[in-house]
Design a protein around this ligand. Structure first.
Ligand code: F0G
Length: 351
């Protein structure tokens, strides 16, 4: 019987990684593309959600990490390092464990969701909290890799984008062509750049007849690609995208310009509302940052943008269980308690 083999074996001939590199894989990728009746109804478009929380460690990072860890291991690395807002560290730690490498994690102190922290720790990371933000951590990770025997696996490592572009391949393989629009959250800007690489490659190969317009959404308090200036003190409840100076800035701008797309910002309130509505309407529980693309679509509709008749893909990047504290901030927890008696429960449930 066939089991999905992971993104390297499924797409090896399309990935720019050294020939014959053995794959360190948790069989990532092959994630669901779920039709959203809710958003299709609101837009008059066909809206499809790429559910990246279904990856082994619960975010899209696994696609790039299988590639980066496979190459690092093949090159003889003994330790790997990343800066992270949480998901990259969870993913790196898992793949490093699988490969027998030592994971070294640099994260901004007190700004990582508990689920991601638990993953990094359980997979055996040397977890170092930094008095600073993600951008400080990334500078330190780069310098550490120059000066110490440790390989850098942040998305400044081009191998990461090679793995991540497979999400675009999967969307086209499933839909039969590229969508007209692709919306997604943007933080360090690796993912939007990787999708664009994937869509361009499939168009060049004739596997798609067109390329989508790329629309990226940042949090209002961390929106350097919108304002054109770095944010020295980025702030947002969507901690995954709390980034003031994205590493893939230039690549992301190229994706925007070449696709005729744009970047816009959404507030934390919009992000959290979108997270809740998606959970209620579509049965998908995503982390706050992952709802930025949904919030972006709703904002555009409110502003009069039209998607009528189009095919729209939206990436929801990570699983809601990673950060339940933030999810619960915006809701009133039911405090109904009844005696162990069915009629009491039914009455309390309003039946
Ligand atoms: N969504 C989630 C859930 C993320 O974890 C990230 C980035 C993004 C969106 C933005 O993607 O950086 O490629 O533009 N998380 C990184 C990390 C920075 O360290 O886990 P991007």
């Amino acid at each position: 019987t066939h089991q999905w083999r992971g993104v390297i074996e499924e797409y090896r001939e399309l990935l720019d990684i050294p020939a014959g590199t053995p794959a360190v894989t948790l069989r990532e990728g092959g994630t669901p593309l779920v039709h959203s009746e809710w958003l299709s109804g609101l837009t008059g478009a066909q809206v499809w959600l790429k559910v990246e929380g279904s990856n082994p460690t619960g975010s899209f990072k696994d696609r790039g990490m299988t590639a980066a860890i496979s190459v690092a291991a093949a090159e003889g690395a003994k330790a790997v390092v990343c800066a992270s807002t949480g998901n990259t560290s969870a993913s790196m730690a898992a793949y490093a464990a699988k490969a027998g490498l030592t994971p070294v994690v640099l994260v901004p102190e007190g700004k990582i969701a508990a689920g991601k922290m638990a993953q990094a720790v359980l997979h055996g990371s040397r977890l170092i909290q930094v008095r600073g933000n993600f951008d400080d951590c990334l500078r330190m990770a780069r310098e550490m890799a120059w000066n110490y025997p440790v390989a850098l696996v942040n998305s400044v490592n081009p191998v990461r984008l090679e793995g991540q572009k497979t999400a675009a391949f999967e969307i086209v393989d499933f839909l039969g062509d590229a969508p007209d629009y692709h919306l997604l959250p943007v933080g360090n800007a690796g993912n939007v750049s990787a999708y664009w690489l994937g869509y361009m490659q499939y168009a060049a190969l004739g596997r798609a007849s067109k390329k989508p317009v790329m629309r990226g959404f940042q949090a209002e308090g961390a929106a350097p690609l919108v304002t054109g200036e770095p944010f020295p003190d980025p702030e947002t409840k969507a901690t995954a995208i709390r980034i003031g100076n994205p590493a893939s800035w230039k690549l992301a701008e190229a994706a925007r310009d070449e696709s005729g797309g744009r970047f816009a910002s959404v507030s934390d309130a919009q992000i959290l509302a979108a997270q809740q509505e998606l959970a209620r309407h579509d049965g998908l529980f995503v982390e706050p940052a992952s709802a930025a693309g949904i919030a972006g679509l709703l904002q555009e509709l409110a502003g009069g943008a039209s998607y009528t008749g189009a095919t729209v893909a939206i990436t929801v990047t990570g699983h809601g269980l990673k950060d339940i504290a933030t999810a619960l901030e915006g809701v009133v927890l039911p405090d109904t308690v009844v005696d162990a008696e069915v009629d009491a429960a039914a009455t309390a449930a309003g039946l």
